[in-house]
Design a protein around this ligand. Structure first.
Ligand code: GTR
Length: 335
């Protein structure tokens, strides 16, 4: 009897310990006196993906500059969940950081829609000037009331449509196709404007959706189209470059407020300093992914005149609230 009681006490303790391990920030006491702060970062992409390698660079800089006091563990491959669920967990402090697309983030902080409108940026360079300038800083500040802290940006590339049914060279070719979009109202509106049927769905379900015919297509940049193997089940890829949806690293306000201001600044600076590395890897991977999908049988249609695409997607601009319209105007003015 006694042994059984002891055993059940031990099991409860074990369960409590593993629960504590599973929730957010934790502290371990290393050999020396200083406490090591261990924080978790959730990433949807696989370990060898340029954005994940950017996260790792960020973690490496934080570790190095804090003299090993702050350790950020990167969990790739959606181990901690799909983007929307992860953002929720960051909001209540169960996950300390995540690198996500701003598309699902805009469901939490709608002013972010200003950064993902179709054909918004003149070029990649224009987008980076916006992100690293005053507008980027203001948007970081707008995260705080919702429980997030803006940490850094990564290169997202341009997104393109792809499908399993037919080559698409003009917007009307998409009519009636079921196209997966990120979990974002704006993206639903954009795809509906093209006459297609928008299906919001988590990233991790798109491959089977394409394979089983639940959806006919989706849209993404070259590296995502390749790394997910979507190209194997949806071979028609149309380079219309309709959006550049910035990648962002956000932190949990709950987690970060436990750190000193100096440590918070160190973390933010490390993320900014990791950007050039991720951008370099991104540029290389875009080329490699394009070559790989072409070799794998993808049929690529490059859109020379984007005018009709732009016109078909214009309606989403008109639906935006004044705060977004104002930002769009300012983004246009950034030189
Ligand atoms: C990728 C992005 C991911 C995810 C995905 C998607 O380009 O890097 O974070 O948002 O798109 O379409 O869900």
């Amino acid at each position: 009897m006694k042994v059984r009681k002891l055993l059940s006490v031990a099991m409860v303790l074990l369960a409590m310990a593993s629960m504590a391990y599973a929730t957010g920030q934790k502290e371990a006491v290393p050999a020396g006196d200083a406490k090591v702060i261990v924080l978790r970062l959730a990433e949807t992409h696989p370990a060898d993906y340029p954005t994940t390698l950017g996260d790792m660079k960020f973690a490496e800089l934080v570790k190095e500059r804090s003299g090993g006091r702050i350790v950020i563990e990167v969990y790739p491959g959606s181990q901690l969940g799909q983007e929307k669920a992860v953002i929720e967990q960051v909001q209540f402090g169960a996950i300390d950081f995540t690198r996500v697309s701003i598309s699902p983030l805009a469901a939490f902080v709608p002013v972010f829609n200003a950064l993902q409108l179709p054909y918004l940026y003149r070029s990649e360079d224009h987008m980076w000037k916006v992100l690293l300038g005053p507008i980027g800083k203001e948007l970081f500040a707008s995260l705080e009331p919702s429980g997030f802290v803006g940490i850094g940006w990564f290169e997202p590339g341009a997104r393109n449509f792809y499908n399993s049914k037919r080559p698409v060279s003009k917007p009307s070719d998409l009519a009636g196709l079921k196209i997966r979009v990120q979990e974002s109202e704006l993206m639903v509106g954009m795809v509906q404007g093209l006459g297609a049927v928008a299906t919001p769905m988590p990233y991790g379900e798109v491959y089977s959706g394409l394979q089983t015919g639940v959806i006919d297509g989706a849209e993404n940049n070259w590296p995502s189209y390749e790394s997910t193997s979507h190209f194997e089940v949806a071979k028609y890829y149309t380079v219309d470059e309709h959006t550049r949806v910035p990648e962002i690293i956000i932190g949990s306000k709950i987690s970060l407020s436990k750190l000193s201001q100096a440590d918070q600044d160190l973390i933010k600076q490390a993320a900014i300093d990791a950007i050039p590395y991720q951008r370099k890897l991104w540029a290389e991977r875009e080329k490699a992914s394009e070559a790989k999908v072409k070799a794998g049988g993808s049929i690529v249609t490059v859109i020379a005149d984007k005018g009709p695409w732009q016109a078909a997607m214009q309606a989403v601009y008109d639906k935006q609230p004044p705060a977004v319209q104002y930002l769009v105007k300012r983004i246009g003015e950034v030189q």
